[in-house]
Design a protein around this ligand. Structure first.
Ligand code: SAM
Ligand code: SF4
Ligand code: FES
Length: 341
């Protein structure tokens, strides 16, 4: 029988065993679903994402946006285009806007500040996901009204982290995440499943880190090899292990907001629906305008690239209802602990 207490106490040996074995999945999924219902309820929050630039100065080995990839048509949306898009999203009734990009220095402190000031006028929550920036910038943007910051820790195994990120370290990534927390952002971490060389123990470390940080948001998706990156011949993550990790994350951090990720939906047509059944409570419709959308190409097979402009909004709402859950109408901040015992 599954020992839920050991999981919640992040007993690394036990977690490694459970992750490796795969034999406990039925119990893990059932427990995660119960915990999701008890701590965050039936609402699934929509987060509209605008991928506003695919230009990146970083070299993350897994990512199609890495600076060295020459097989990608690069784009930047102008601040006006981004704000216009945010207006449309607000009109559609979505209460969170995620601004995501590569690490692109074109968007200075001032430009991001301007975006925050204008978009906050629309009565929405703002999530930034623009990579590692200066601590002073994080402070300024928080004061201007940015609510959340998404920056996955990618892997909590320091050696693997170093291999995947030339010029960066897990220690440094951790320092950024702790600073974001300290400044009062709802802070999102998370990781990829199926990275080359990643072990069950490494995945246990990922869960322990989420608990240690007390991550407010947890993004977990399969690693999908991109042919235009150095990891093109790697195997990539599978559906079952990714779902297992999402469910375990729900058990370890019961009140976190956990998306059923786009990458999960990209390796299986029902991946996101399974995610919602096994612990996830967030979904991120893609609102990046055309002609840019297909060029935010992190990995092959990414879904939603050729849909009608705002189609993902209705599609995700339908998906939520199809698994018996309810479309959230508020800002979807992390639940405080009243729902727990
Ligand atoms: N540049 C920002 C950053 O790195 O935080 C935000 C954008 S980045 C493209 C968003 C996430 O995409 C990363 O945190 C990473 O986990 C994920 N990602 C990148 N390449 C991927 C791949 N080949 N397969 C699956 N996920 C990938
Ligand atoms: Fe750039 Fe983010 Fe991709 Fe790394 S994961 S190459 S920082 S876009
Ligand atoms: Fe994008 Fe279904 S969520 S088309």
């Amino acid at each position: 029988m599954l020992d839920v207490k050991k999981i919640q106490n992040v007993d690394l040996d036990y977690l490694t065993h459970v992750i490796k074995s795969g034999k406990y999945d039925e119990e893990i999924f059932k427990t995660a679903d119960e915990i999701r219902r008890k701590y965050v309820g039936e609402e699934v929050h929509l987060r509209a994402i605008i991928e506003f630039s695919n230009i990146c100065t970083q070299h993350c080995l897994y990512c199609g946006l890495r600076a060295d990839n020459k097989n990608l048509q690069r784009y930047r949306m102008s601040p006006e285009e981004i704000i216009e898009r945010a207006r449309l999203i607000a009109k559609l009734g979505i209460k969170t806007i995620v601004l995501q990009s590569g690490e692109d220095p074109y968007y200075t402190t001032e430009i991001i500040s301007h975006l925050i000031t204008e978009i906050k006028k629309l009565d929405v929550a703002i999530t930034l996901s623009i990579g590692e920036r200066g601590f002073e910038e994080y402070r300024i943007w928080k004061e201007l009204g940015a609510d959340r910051y998404l920056m996955r820790h990618e892997t909590a195994a320091p050696e693997l982290y170093a291999k995947l990120h030339p010029n960066d370290s897990f220690e440094n990534r951790k320092a950024h995440l702790y600073e974001l927390k300290r400044l009062g952002y709802e802070t999102g971490a998370g990781f990829m499943v199926g990275l080359p060389g990643q072990t069950a123990y490494d995945l246990a470390l990922d869960l322990a880190f989420l608990k240690e940080l007390d991550a407010d948001m947890i993004g977990i998706g399969p690693f999908i090899p991109n042919p235009d990156t150095p990891l093109k011949d790697a195997k990539g993550g599978d559906l079952q292990t990714t779902l297992r990790m999402i469910a375990l994350a729900r058990i370890v951090v019961p009140t976190a907001n956990i998306p059923a990720t786009t990458a999960l939906g990209s390796i299986n047509p029902f991946g996101r629906q399974y995610g919602l059944k096994y612990g996830a409570n967030v979904i991120m419709p893609n609102l990046t305008p055309n002609p840019y959308r297909p060029n935010y190409s992190l990995y092959p097979g990414k879904i939603c690239l050729f849909e009608r402009d705002t189609a993902c909004v209705e599609c995700t709402k339908q998906m939520i209802r199809s698994v018996g859950l309810v479309v959230g109408e508020g800002y979807g901040y992390r639940k405080k602990t009243e729902m727990s015992e």
